[in-house]
Design a protein around this ligand. Structure first.
Ligand code: BJ8
Length: 426
């Protein structure tokens, strides 16, 4: 960062010392994880720039938007409909929680056996190191897993305004009705927050912007089918992570530009790994910035990750919303049709998830799947068993890794991943 953002961070109430400590770890970690990868596409420079300014320029943009009268909405879950936020001229930012921070302080509020993602969210808030949280006019929580649901009851104390969206646990008619009612309640809340009225035209525009962003991610996913892989799994994950922060229109055009470059690479059979390198699909819990531990280990072991069945990945970006409806009612129906198909493990049953993993594995021509579960995440850790059994039955070698954000188990995971990659090499 070339500009001195300290006055801005101070104005946001950040603890500058703790924030310096966080950036002091993040900068070198990013450098060693991403910028030293061999044969990176030139288009990744844009994403390097975004990450270098993730607490700088992007925050300044959010503050400029606020000064112009727009509201900033922070969210932790892929169920929060960005289309409605945009339709009310507000900005949605994903809140990351991909690292643990201030853990002793966090454990005064949460039991030790809480997943790292929830602990991360608490840590960033308690330590006052997240400018996105400080810049948000409202933070949207959601009743998904028990940890989040109960955690938000406490988290409410740490943010100026918390709005909790209820979500169904089944994809039944009643579940659909609940989601529809909750999306409407959310729209009403945002109308009050922004002082604007939701119209069908504005919602259609919001849907178009988000559809364009998801479409370009579909294009990226289809380019990752090529062998040799034109882009690394780490960079694929990075783009999926930045999806949540960047201005949506600028993000779409930046991913589109890198897709043009990847298309040429595919034509020239140029890749980041040699042709025939074991191809892996990651499946499971979301990996938020800066959670790059497992993908780094996998790619250092000589495999290439070609897709993510995750909310920071294709679970979050699959399917577009039908924008042909003419009324708000039609468009709300279309939104619910789309969001209800997200196969998060909080749903019971959740049979479509394993079908999605299988279809991704087929279309991306993967050799194996790594199921990633965060310790103490009951929904995904419990679902891991049936998913693994089904994939193995279909002839897809599967490795289950349960871990947290700590570094203590890196050696052990390396050994298991290397053995798995050897198995894939046959
Ligand atoms: S739609 S996956 S983003 S809820 S890892 S906090 S589930 S105990 S993150 Fe999620 Fe929305 Fe579902 Fe996606 Fe709980 Fe598990 Fe922790 Fe998790």
């Amino acid at each position: 960062m070339s500009t001195d953002y300290r006055p801005m961070w101070r104005s946001l109430g950040l603890d500058l010392e703790a924030h310096d400590a966080l950036l002091g770890v993040l900068g070198p970690l990013y450098e060693q994880t991403f910028t030293r990868q061999p044969n990176r596409p030139a288009g990744m420079q844009y994403f390097d720039f975004v990450m270098s300014e993730v607490h700088g320029l992007r925050i300044q943009e959010l503050l400029d938007a606020k000064a112009a009268g727009r509201k900033v909405v922070g969210a932790y879950c892929t169920f929060v409909p960005e289309e409605i936020v945009l339709a009310l001229d507000a900005v949605l930012v994903g809140l990351c929680a991909g690292a643990e921070f201030a853990t002793p302080e966090v454990e005064k509020y949460l039991p030790r056996n809480t997943c790292s993602l929830i602990k991360g969210a608490f840590g960033f808030a308690l330590a006052r190191v997240c400018p996105y949280l400080s810049a948000s006019d409202v933070v949207v929580g959601e009743n998904t897993c028990d940890g989040k649901k109960k955690g938000y009851e406490i988290f409410r104390e740490f943010v100026p305004q918390l709005y909790v969206m209820d979500l169904p646990q089944t994809k039944s008619r009643e579940g659909r009705a609940l989601m529809r009612a909750e999306f409407q309640r959310f729209a009403g809340f945002l109308e009050t927050l922004t002082g604007k009225t939701l119209t069908a035209d504005a919602l259609k525009k919001g849907i178009a912007v988000v559809n364009a962003k998801r479409s370009v991610m579909h294009r990226l996913a289809s380019l990752r089918r090529a062998d040799p892989a034109p882009v690394s799994g780490l960079d694929g994950l990075l783009m999926n992570q930045i999806y949540f922060y960047d201005d949506p229109v600028r993000f779409t055009s930046s991913v589109s530009a890198i897709c043009d470059e990847l298309e040429q690479r595919v034509e020239r059979r140029e890749g980041v790994a040699r042709e025939g390198a074991p191809r892996i699909l990651m499946s499971g819990c979301p990996m938020a910035v800066p959670n790059w531990k497992l993908p780094t280990i996998v790619e250092q072991a000589g495999a290439v990750i070609v897709g993510e069945e995750s909310c920071v990945g294709e679970r979050g970006t699959q399917r577009l919303t039908d924008d042909t409806g003419q009324t708000l009612d039609d468009l709300f129906d279309a939104l619910v049709d789309r969001y209800l198909q997200i196969d998060c493990a909080i749903f019971t049953p959740n049979a479509s998830r394993v079908e999605h993993v299988l279809s991704m594995a087929g279309s991306l021509r993967v050799d194996g799947v790594i199921h990633y579960g965060l310790q103490f995440c009951s929904p995904y850790q419990i679902e891991a068993g049936p998913v693994e059994r089904r994939l193995e039955k279909e002839g897809l070698p599967t490795l289950r890794i349960d871990t947290d954000y700590g570094q203590e188990d890196v050696g052990q995971i390396q050994t298991r991943v290397e053995a798995f990659v050897e198995r894939l090499r046959g």
